[in-house]
Design a protein around this ligand. Structure first.
Ligand code: G3P
Length: 230
C-alpha cells in the first residue's frame, strides 16, 4: 500500500476491521482505511466456509499492514500458550487474543515476555482492564455493545479505563470492541481511545452522509449545464 503523508498526524485513533471476511478486508485495506484486523471464533466460523483457520489468519496478515488478532480457544494457560505460539509463528503481524480470565492473564504475561503481542479480550470492567495492563497486554478489548445490550453504559467503561491508564502511564492500548454504530466510534475518539475495531457495515457507514450525496448530485447537474470536459 502506498501512503502519502499529505499532513502530519501525531497520533490518531487506529481503526481495525472486526471480521474474518477476506473480501471486506481487501476492500478496506486497498482504500487505506484500516490499521489492522481483529477476529474471534464466531467471526471465523461465519467467514471460513470450511477453510483452515490458520490459513485464513495468514492470508489476512498478508493483506494488512498492522496487527491481526487471532484468538486462542484453550481455557488453561498452558494450552493458550501452545496455541498462541503456533499462531504467532504464522506471521509477524499476528497478535494473540486471550480471554480475560486468570489463565488468560497468566498466558498474557508469558507471551509478552516472549515479545509476542497480546490482545486481552472479553473485558467488561475497569478492574479487568487494570489487571490486563499490569500483565503487560498490548491491547485491552472492552466490549461496549454487549454492555449496552444489558442496559449498562459501554462507553462509560472506556472513559474509566482511559482515566486509570492515564493516571499510571500504562501503555496498554484501549481497543474499543463490540462496536455497533458510528456513534460508538465518535465517542471512542472523543474519549481518546487508542483504537476501535469496527464491523465492515459500520466502517462503510462512517463515510456516508446524505448531504454529501445530494451535494454531488447538484454539482454534477450544474457542471453538465456548462457542456465542458475537464
Ligand atoms: O471482536 C470482538 C467483538 O467486537 C465482538 O462484537 O458484536 O459480537 O459483540 P459483538
Amino acid at each position: 500500500m502506498i501512503f502519502f503523508p499529505f499532513n502530519s498526524i501525531a497520533y490518531a485513533m487506529k481503526i481495525f476491521l472486526d471480521t474474518a471476511d477476506l473480501k471486506d478486508i481487501r476492500r478496506a485495506a486497498e482504500a487505506g482505511l484500516i490499521d489492522g484486523v481483529t477476529t474471534n471464533p464466531t467471526l471465523l466460523a461465519r467467514a471460513s466456509g470450511g477453510e483452515d483457520a490458520k490459513e485464513i489468519f495468514r492470508q489476512i496478515a498478508e493483506m494488512v499492514d498492522g496487527p491481526v488478532s487471532a484468538e486462542v480457544v484453550g481455557l488453561d494457560a498452558d494450552t493458550m500458550l501452545a496455541e498462541g505460539r503456533r499462531l504467532a509463528a504464522l506471521h509477524p503481524n499476528i497478535v494473540i487474543k486471550v480471554p480475560l480470565t486468570e489463565d488468560g492473564l497468566k498466558a498474557c504475561r508469558q507471551l509478552r515476555s516472549e515479545d509476542i503481542g497480546v490482545n486481552v479480550t472479553l473485558c467488561f470492567s475497569p478492574t479487568q482492564a487494570l489487571l490486563a495492563a499490569k500483565a503487560g497486554a498490548t491491547f485491552i478489548s472492552p466490549f461496549v455493545g454487549r454492555l449496552d445490550d444489558i442496559s449498562s453504559d459501554g462507553m462509560q467503561l472506556i472513559s474509566q479505563i482511559r482515566q486509570i491508564y492515564d493516571n499510571y502511564g500504562m501503555d496498554t492500548e484501549i481497543l474499543v470492541a463490540s462496536v455497533r454504530h458510528p456513534q460508538h466510534v465518535v465517542e471512542a475518539a472523543l474519549m481518546g481511545a487508542d483504537c476501535a475495531t469496527i464491523p465492515p457495515k459500520v466502517l462503510w457507514q462512517l463515510m456516508k452522509h446524505p448531504l454529501t450525496d445530494l451535494g454531488i448530485e447538484a454539482f454534477l447537474e450544474d457542471w453538465k449545464s456548462m457542456g465542458q470536459e475537464l
